[in-house]
Design a protein around this ligand. Structure first.
Ligand code: TXA
Ligand code: MG
Length: 337
């Protein structure tokens, strides 16, 4: 049985947090909101508990987890050799949607790092998450709380759909703000590199620490195995149209409609009146796409479409993070015009 507790996101009820913390302390699994997406948490120092995360999600064991902390002091339990650049980033962006990859402290449960010498760590900007970590008095390992391969959950009901019955508790703090997972930055060596783009952009990072590598090389991707796995996908096939005219999008929708029901997520309104056509309009802005894209993919999935067509947005600023996730969700990418 998975218990769901409703919490006030601004001022979470102590009693509920205490109960959730007791589960973490005894090796159980608790899903909780962060400012990005919901995480599935376990005590990061307890190997048995951490292994349960992999089981519940069906996560490949070579994909390491992010450790969540609530204070700068906790960082020393998790990581070693924190560089001056890393310290500057911590001061500037924590709490917030930035994950730092640092040399691992050997106290951390081995499975957290999936055999790597490094550990990913962040301080979430969410009162429920911070309250849970403090009350548990231990760093909490937490990947996104979806079944492996599915879109990350941005509400408690998404978590329940994927993991109901497989985890002990869900702390429901409503819909998450950003909706896209944190930026992952490797600062374990002298050349900082972004392993996963997110809301903290390369430009924002460069302002604080100087040059940052944009895209991960093949070698760096091997260092972040999660980026190699198929990700963020609904059950339906996703076709991403990176840049398309209204005419092209309509044509594509009509072609697929001949063979079954079609979902469409985009900022270009399409004039198709057909009960097999399901359209979720979004504004052409990274924040609109970010906060709604996973929920929209899940919603359209429920109509069992033959295909979900998604229109892309500009890659500028936070748009890069959105496009990264869309490309990973897609089994076909159309670059048009
Ligand atoms: O916003 C987020 O980051 C959310 C919330 C819950 O905090 N968490 C999240 O976790 O997205 P997950 O497990 O879905 O993604 C973690 C990513 C994966 O791509 C993984 O490969 C990478 O971080 N990662 C974890 N540890 C790493 C390490 N030691 N070195 C390189 N990459 C690492
Ligand atoms: Mg994930």
């Amino acid at each position: 049985m998975t218990e769901v507790l409703q919490l006030d996101p601004e001022c979470p009820q102590h009693k509920a947090i205490e109960r959730a913390a007791a589960i973490i302390q005894t090796g159980g699994l608790v899903a909780f909101p962060t400012e990005t997406v919901y995480g599935l948490g376990a005590d990061a120092m307890n190997e048995t508990a951490v292994r349960r995360i992999f089981e519940a999600k069906g996560r490949p064991p070579d994909n390491p987890l992010i450790v969540h902390i609530a204070s700068r002091g906790m960082l020393d339990l998790v990581a070693n050799d924190i560089s001056e650049k890393a310290e500057r980033l911590v001061k500037k962006f924590w709490p917030g949607p930035l994950t730092l990859v640092l040399p691992r402290n050997s106290q951390i449960a081995p499975s957290v790092s999936a055999g790597l010498r490094t550990v990913a760590v962040r301080m979430p900007k969410n009162e429920i998450a911070l309250g849970l970590i403090r009350a548990s008095a231990t760093p909490i390992a937490a990947p996104s709380a979806n079944a492996s391969g599915r879109p990350s959950p941005t509400s408690a009901s998404h978590v329940l759909d994927d993991l109901g019955g497989r985890i002990d508790m869900i702390l429901d703090g409503g819909t998450t703000d950003i909706g896209i997972e944190s930026t992952v930055l490797d600062v374990s060596s002298d050349a900082p590199a972004i392993l996963r783009p997110g809301w903290i952009t390369r430009e924002m990072l460069s302002e604080v620490i100087g040059p940052v590598d944009r895209s991960a090389s093949a070698e760096e991707l091997r260092r972040s195995p999660g980026t190699l796995h198929r990700h963020y996908s609904p059950r339906a096939r996703v076709v991403l149209i990176e840049r398309g005219s209204l005419k092209r999008i309509e044509q594509l929708c009509r072609e697929h409609l001949k063979q079954g029901s079609v979902g469409y997520i985009g900022h270009t309104p399409v004039d198709i009146d057909d009960e097999s056509f399901h359209y979720i309009p979004l504004r052409e802005r990274a924040d609109d796409y970010g906060s709604s894209i996973y929920a929209s993919l899940r919603e359209l999935d429920q109509t069992s479409p033959r295909v979900i067509i998604v229109e892309g947005i500009s890659e500028e600023g936070e748009g890069a993070a959105v496009m990264d996730r869309l490309r990973r969700a897609a089994s076909e990418v159309i670059v048009n015009d």
